[in-house]
Design a protein around this ligand. Structure first.
Ligand code: PLP
Length: 365
């Protein structure tokens, strides 16, 4: 059996440190907004190269709180990708703004800057790229557009912790970076968790309030906020794992390189690195016209696999605006019909990758 991601294996490798860190929190009985959250936030700010790192309860909340802190709402259009997890666009709806879905690059699956440019209207307030599967979006092009049209850039970095463009971490050079610590993410905790990064001090102060019932001083509430805090147990676990994140991401790149060799002569398109930034392979996603056959073979061999994502967001019922037909986004639709994600995690062994490759070879006959 080869799972999509082997969290147990990683836990066993780190067990001594993680168990000790958790035990310390339990003994201290400080569970909410205590010393681990505080320390983690400064360690994250240091690692990512930002002035402020504000943790929260999930990646979805990170997006929601960032959009609130940016004062986006009804009447505002936010241009984003349809080829992502629903949370990206859900957060836009939470604040009452309108997601405008534009097509993606056929090779990287990231938002296409030319499509973004074509979708800008007088109502556009922000661009929300996703660094999909761990590969940085074309931030140089998106930054130029944002500057030319005075738009905010808010990054969905849920899949890209540690990915960077020439040493500049994703989420560190725009209005907000929004990260998830969901267990299977590159930096994952053992429950839900999230993070917003910013270099703007007033925005960070607003986020600190929004995540904690609109309150800076206890029982004084300046606005309606949320209960969206990372807890001390998760923060303690993340502090252990943050020390290893570069090692983990390098191991993911090693896995990707091995797959590239193993799948080289097969009728599947392996992930394309556009060289704009460093890909950290949150997912290893191939394109194939033989998805059903490959999935069947992997299923029979007990090898994990998944379709991320089978239905682009502009085709989801949740975004169905009856008065308007969904836009035609042919690249996103074609990629959704052909994509297949294979197991990738730092501990995946060469022999396992070779075995997966063999099964795919057999399936393709
Ligand atoms: C995981 C993910 C999210 C949401 O993160 P949660 O912590 O699960 O709320 C948002 N966007 C993308 C692209 C994701 O992969």
């Amino acid at each position: 059996m080869i799972p999509m991601v082997d969290l147990q294996r990683q836990y066993h490798d780190l067990r001594g440190e993680i168990d000790a860190a958790v035990a310390e929190v339990l003994e201290s009985t400080r569970f909410i907004l205590g010393p681990n959250v505080q320390a983690l936030e400064s360690e994250l700010a240091e690692y990512l190269g930002v002035t402020h790192a504000v943790t929260c309860a999930s990646g979805t909340d990170a997006l929601h709180l960032a959009l609130r802190a940016a004062d986006l709402g009804p009447g505002d259009e936010i241009i984003t990708t349809p080829f992502t997890f629903i949370a990206t666009a859900e957060a836009i709806r939470y604040v009452g703004a309108e997601p405008v879905f534009v097509d993606i690059d056929p090779r990287t699956f990231n938002i296409d800057p030319e499509a973004v440019a074509a979708a800008i209207t007088p109502r556009t307030r922000a661009i929300l790229p996703v660094h999909l599967f761990g590969q940085p979006a074309d931030m140089p092009a998106l930054t130029r557009l944002a500057e030319d049209h005075l738009l905010l850039l808010i990054e969905d970095c849920a899949q890209s912790f540690g990915a960077h463009i020439g040493g500049v971490q994703t989420g560190s050079a725009t209005a907000f970076g929004c990260f998830s610590f969901f267990p299977s993410k590159n930096l994952g905790c053992y429950g839900d968790g999230g993070l917003i990064t910013t270099n703007c001090t007033p925005a960070a102060e607003r986020l600190l309030k929004l995540r904690n019932h609109g309150s800076k001083v206890r029982y004084h509430h300046d606005e309606i906020g949320y209960n969206s805090r990372l807890d001390e147990i998760q923060a303690a676990i993340l502090r252990v794992k943050l020390k290893r994140i570069d090692e983990f991401n390098q191991a993911r790149r090693r896995v990707a390189a091995r797959y590239a060799e193993v799948l080289d002569d097969l009728d599947v398109e392996i992930p394309y690195e556009d060289g704009i930034g460093v890909h950290v392979y949150h997912q290893y996603t191939v394109l194939t016209d033989h998805r059903e056959a490959i999935m069947k073979a992997l299923q029979e061999a007990d090898i994990g696999h998944a379709v991320y994502y089978p239905i682009p967001l502009h085709r989801q019922a949740a975004f169905d605006r009856r008065e308007k037909a969904p836009p035609s986004l042919p690249v996103a639709e074609s990629v959704a019909a052909r994509c297949l994600s294979l197991p990738v995690f730092p501990e995946l062994e060469d022999a396992q990758i070779d075995f997966i490759g063999e099964r795919i070879r057999a399936a393709l006959g």
